[in-house]
Each structure stands twice: as structure tokens, then as C-alpha cells.
Design a protein around this ligand. Structure first.
Ligand code: GLU
Length: 304
């Protein structure tokens, strides 16, 4: 058996010696205040063992990582109907890109870019009785942790600077791909992005995607076919316009967020989350990408 703790410590030591050239996201003012050199990794094996180093139990804003969880909930609720409103192709463009949306008549390229996640949020608004509460309950259930909360401060910070997301939602509305009010859909979307979690909680939440649709408590939330599809979307679309690079360097399905988190998984084997808030030019955690590249290289555990 591999000595996972020693491997995580080696990675931590090696990254301490690496110059962190990334920058913390500042377009959401609340995120700009996070110290650049925070760093944590948490690894959870499918057999239940946990290993961690650094700031793995410090909470941060999960941002776009939440898009996988909202996708899972919408897919659970409406099944394949979802694909009439959002496609499953990589966009090859930044997360907030708008011109493709216009070219493709209001059908977002995939559910992990902002416009796609806004459509998914609209689906949840139409199907959940108390959307924000019910979605938070879903995340808590997956994670088996009732302490998870939205940060109202971060949601508000995003709302007042969310011009791109308002533009995307308005375009979607104009193309008839948004059933609820722009303001209501974005209120939900800004809150889902503002969920606070630590690396350990993220590995617990994403356990369902490594375990054929069964969460930590072995409750089935998704079918194994749905999990296959969500994992494939993470692999091809989970890292903005760097999904190819992540597949090439790391070789796992995963998702990053501008809060500096990354979560990735190897089906039937493990989930792993990193947090390092400084981002590279493509918006992915600079140190997190390197940590995961080292992890799959050292352990030889990837899907390829
Ligand atoms: N809430 C962020 C936005 O809409 C999400 C960005 C991200 O993490 O990719 O801009």
C-alpha cells in the first residue's frame, strides 16, 4: 500500500520551495482579501481513510466547484431532459465568455461554464420548493455535514460586481432558455458559488462521483450512468479553457473554482481536494494544479 501521508507531505514540501506566481481573484472584491499563500490538500480513499496536509480544514468559497453539485441535483430531478437546454461540449473559452452563447442561440456549451450553470440554476428554481434551502440541504446530505453554509457577504459581493453574469442571464432569457426571473436565478447562482467548504468537506461531497452515485452514507443519489456522464463533463469541461492541460498533467476528472479550490477523483478509488487561492492566467489554482500533477505522477493513479 502507498504511504499517502508521506506523499502529501513531500508535495507540500516541494511546493513550499516553488515560487507562487499566481494571483488571487480580485473581480469579486471579497475574494481579493484571502492570503495568497494558503495551501491545503485532503485525500479521501473510497475505503474511508483520510490523509491531509496544510490548511485542509480552513473554509473557503467553493465558487465554480458548486456547479458540479447543482448539475448533479438538476440531473437527478429532470434526467436527460436537461440536455435539451445545455450541451456537453468543452467551450475552449473562459468561464464567462458570451459570444458563443449568441452564436449557438442561447444553448450554453456545457453546464460548468457560467451560462450553463445559470441554466442549471433555473432548472433548480423551477423544481425545488425552497431552492436555496433545498440545495444547501442536498450539499449537506452528500457531505454528511450540517455545518455547511452560504457566505452572504461573498454572495452580495458577487451580485454587485456580477455584470457578466447579468449579461449571460439576460441573453439566455432573450433566447427563451430561462423560465424564471433573471434576478431570482442569479440570486440562487451567486449563493451556490458562495458556499463555504474546506478540502475535507469537498472530498466528502464528491465521494458520490467516485462511488457510483452513492454518498458517504451509502445512500444512492445518482445512477452509475449519470455519474459516468457527470465525470466525463468534469474531465472535458472542468477547468475553463485549460481542461486539456489538466487532463494532460493530472489525468483525472475534476473541477476548479476561482476561490482557489480544486477537487478531483478517480472512480472507485479516491477523491482529492486542494486549496491554494492564487490563480494562474486561466483562472485555475497555480499551486493546486501542480500538487495534483505531482500526486498522480507519484502514485501512478489516474484514469489513463
Ligand atoms: N461565481 C463566479 C462567477 O460567476 C464563478 C467563477 C468560477 O469559479 O469559475 O464569476
Amino acid at each position: 500500500m502507498l504511504d499517502y501521508q508521506a506523499i502529501l507531505e513531500e508535495i507540500h514540501e516541494s511546493l513550499k520551495k516553488t515560487e507562487n506566481t499566481g494571483e488571487v481573484a480580485s473581480y469579486i472584491p471579497e475574494l481579493a482579501n484571502i492570503p495568497k499563500n494558503k495551501f491545503g490538500i485532503h485525500l479521501k480513499l473510497i475505503t474511508g481513510e483520510d490523509y491531509f496536509v496544510g490548511d485542509a480544514s480552513e473554509k473557503f468559497s467553493v465558487q465554480s466547484i458548486s456547479k458540479v453539485l447543482s448539475l448533479a441535483k438538476a440531473f437527478q430531478l429532470v434526467g436527460n431532459e436537461l440536455w435539451k437546454r445545455v450541451d456537453v461540449e468543452p467551450s475552449g473559452n473562459p468561464f464567462n465568455h458570451l459570444s458563443l452563447l449568441e452564436l449557438e442561440n442561447g444553448i450554453p456549451r456545457n453546464p460548468l461554464i457560467n451560462s450553463g450553470a445559470i441554466v442549471v440554476a433555473d432548472v433548480l428554481l423551477s423544481h425545488l420548493k425552497n431552492p436555496k434551502e433545498d440545495f444547501l440541504d442536498f450539499v449537506r446530505e452528500l457531505t454528511h455535514d450540517d455545518s455547511i453554509q452560504y457566505s452572504e457577504k461573498i454572495a452580495e459581493s458577487e451580485r454587485i460586481t456580477g455584470f457578466n453574469n447579468y449579461a449571460a442571464a439576460n441573453l439566455l432569457k432573450a433566447y427563451g432558455n430561462l423560465n424564471n426571473k433573471v434576478e431570482d436565478v442569479l440570486d440562487f447562482y451567486f449563493h451556490q458559488c458562495a458556499i463555504l467548504m474546506d478540502c475535507r468537506q469537498l472530498t466528502n461531497a464528491f465521494f458520490v462521483f467516485a462511488n457510483k452515485g452513492n454518498c458517504l452514507k451509502n445512500v444512492q443519489h445518482l445512477s452509475s450512468s449519470q455519474v459516468k456522464r457527470i465525470n466525463s463533463i468534469m474531465l472535458t469541461c472542468g477547468f475553463y479553457d485549460e481542461a486539456g492541460e489538466f487532463a494532460f498533467e493530472v489525468g483525472l476528472p475534476g473541477k476548479s473554482g476561482v476561490g482557489g479550490g480544486i477537487v478531483a477523483l478517480l472512480p472507485h478509488c479516491f477523491t482529492i481536494a486542494t486549496w491554494a487561492p492564487a490563480l494562474n492566467a486561466k483562472g485555475n489554482s497555480y499551486m493546486g494544479m501542480q500538487a495534483l500533477e505531482q500526486f498522480t505522477t507519484k502514485t501512478k493513479l489516474s484514469i489513463f
